[in-house]
Design a protein around this ligand. Sequence first.
Ligand code: SF4
Ligand code: FES
Length: 229
Amino acid sequence: MTATFQMDGKEITVEDGKTLLDAAREHGINIPTICFHEATTANALCRICVVEVEGMRVLQPACIVQAANNMKVQTRSEKVIRARKTILEMLASTMDLSEASDIQAMLTEYQADVNRFPDAERREVPVKDDNPMYVRDYSKCLLCWRCVQVCAEDAQYTYAINFEGRGYETRIGTFFDRPIPETTCVLCGQCVGVCPTGALKPKREFLLEQGMSPQEISVLNTGRKKRRT
Ligand code: SF4
Ligand code: FES
């Protein structure tokens, strides 16, 4: 079974069950994504992928909405562009995007005004450095949920981290805020691999950025100086 519909005026046919994002990618139409990752279950949390679907009152997240016969979809209408721009402006006002290169490129593409919400309260928390494998800098976290999902059913089944709090207080954390070595974490690094913003970073990279030399890091890791070659 297939679904045939229009996207940006072009007739498209895809297999049943494909999302609008799948369809766009199959046909060379660019829809931006932030929370979506091929390896994790899509939850439509960031809404940067919204598109306009004729007959639907609100914009639809392309990463979860399935293509259906006779749909008429606009991926870059004025309404869509304005929504994406506002999302980017809200992100820029509330978190540190300095290491989120894909989002920085979107800020430029959508001509987002990063100072549009000067009174927004920024997420500013100290870096958590509590294990030998990675550091957590939640000032850079946009709550995309990718790390939580790979830690759970999407990959590792260890459930070391999850959402905590509600509304503005929502954040990623461990049970009772325990340090990572006191959780079920197996230091697999999958969360670091899927983080889009640099909020999760390999410890070695973090220490190099802090000015430590590879030799000093090696001593820290093994307790021994590296033998000269
Ligand atoms: S730490 Fe990274 S992967 Fe986890 S929710 Fe925040 S931005 Fe997403
Ligand atoms: S990429 Fe679709 S909602 Fe985030």
